[in-house]
Design a protein. Sequence first.
Length: 372
Amino acid sequence: MLNNVHGILMTNQPGYNLKDLSSIRSISSVPYGGRYRLVDFILSNMVDDGITDIGVVLQQGYQSLLDHLGSGKDWDLARRQGGLRLLPPFSMPSSNSQRIYQGKMEALIGLKDYLSEIKQEYLIVADADIVLNISLEDVFEKHIASGADVSVVCSRKFTDSPDYATYFTLKEDGSADEVLTRPEGDCYESLSIYVLSKSKMIELVDYSAARGLNSFSRQVLPLKDKLELKVVPYLFEGYAARFPTVADYFEKSMDLLKKDVRDDLFNPAHPIRSKDRSDPATYYGSESKVVSSMISDGCVIEGTVENSIIFRNVKIAKGAVVKNCILMKDVEVDAGASLNCVICDKSVSIGANRTLSGCETYPIVYAKGTRI
């Protein structure tokens, strides 16, 4: 158990474009998989492996995240000492105005006092927008055994486009050789989960503050030789996904309809927790038809649903046809409507006999509360 490790989650990813899905919320609180938010995965991974002190660094559009996380009770993090701590966006001084931080290092510079007060000796710093189920205990044990200054969780299965990821080539001893922003041949993709000591992080924060560095992966790690940092990738072989675009969100959400992906992500021995809700069982009408879909609690399904992910309290009327769609909480689809390759945010209402059709590479997205 990771009693001597403190977790820090970063909740915003600059440059990501999920359009209406992230215009009202941070990337980490985007709904996923019928009942979860993206933040649930790495947060649950930390809790499952015994990390009981976790700081969540907020940036913009974080009201939805605050509502979802609450006191941390659903993750067993509502504690008198430690537990979940929500860290507001720290304004960074500039020559003309106060501004929100632009990268991990700039955020951590603003959190210097918080870092200094952490009681644990080690940190796991992770982006909160990645979907995976990983044993962080194993990552930490390998970090200690390797003698690394920084361990980086990596994958050979590229989960991202080059514009948003960092890549590593390896030396013969297994440590990182080159740090790349564009993949070249055989390399590992960083999954933005880092393990290092608190003292080393404070040292890097001071170095970055003195030189105006704001990115950990693209400005600090490439200086590893100059800084005499031993950086060691940890190869993760399981399923991992990130969502820089709407097409990525659609494709990787639909991955959940594959049994092997579900088995990898939702391991009962390493459960993914989320905000608890008490909803009634879903009602299926006598003429309803559901094929290869995920249906959450509290729905009323009287029409046809194929190859779709349906969140809680969705109503699909008799005669309506929903194919290859993602319908979030409280969506209503009236009689005779036909939807294909559509993503509806919360509380969208689709009128009777409407026909809406996108495609897998360019799904139609409707913002929260839209009426059609």
